[in-house]
Design a protein around this ligand. Sequence first.
Ligand code: FES
Length: 167
Amino acid sequence: MSGKVSRRQFLNYTLTGVGGFMAAGIMMPMVRFAVDPVLKPAKEQDMVPVGLLEKDITTEPKKVDFKVKQVDGWYKSDEPKSAWVYKTDSGEIVALSPVCKHLGCTIDWNSDPSHPNQFYCPCHAGRYEKDGKNVPGTPPLAPLDVYDSDMKDGALYLGKARPKGGK
Ligand code: FES
């Protein structure tokens, strides 16, 4: 067989090439649409209003429940969250995560009569000071996470809960 390309072969190659090009042009946006949410870096948690006014925040920790919009790939949901919120003697607003740093149980304020004015974890008797610091000798080895917080028009907004002292 000679090295010449017949008219039929030339047409076959050309049409296959053009067809492939067109198919890629159609498929690329579809593939991108399908994969894009997975490739996007996770967005920083937005600050959300938690339904608590500054005037209602006292020096006594108060539990607030709120929801944050969660986007995981294609899946969107409202995730329930909670925080223990209080005002320090110097007027600073503190919002602590209720998730115990030992094994993730939910802590409560002032619920252990033998250790008043502390956060208490009923799972393994973990304790934290009011500022979230873990009490030495109890199971938790780290302080409670602290929410980013902001006050807008007299209402409390919370963002991401971060390890104390972390960013
Ligand atoms: S989970 Fe809280 S003390 Fe163990």
